[in-house]
Design a protein around this ligand. Structure first.
Ligand code: FES
Length: 81
């Protein structure tokens, strides 16, 4: 199981972490990965300038936005499965 942690701290919240969570849920569902990928919310991941901050399992903090979310998913999730 891969866990995607999405920051919902104030900076990330302002930059649309809610949309990122919704979008990720949609992508996971469309790829039938509900039993392989899970989404968790977290408070500030310490990378506010690069909001929206996202972490995969215990990896580095990555920056995700609406424009790169598909790329992000392909690169960091699909390739890991
Ligand atoms: S508020 Fe998201 S990294 Fe700080």
């Amino acid at each position: 199981m891969i866990t995607i942690t999405v920051c919902i701290g104030s900076s990330c919240h302002l930059k649309g972490s809610y949309d990122i969570v919704t979008e990720l849920q949609k992508i996971i569902k469309n790829n039938n990965l509900e039993d392989k990928v899970t989404i968790k919310a977290s408070f500030c991941l310490g990378n506010c300038t690069k909001a929206v901050s996202v972490k995969i399992d215990d990896g580095d903090v990555l920056s995700v936005n609406k424009n790169n979310i598909n790329e992000f998913f392909n690169e960091y999730i699909l390739k890991k499965l």
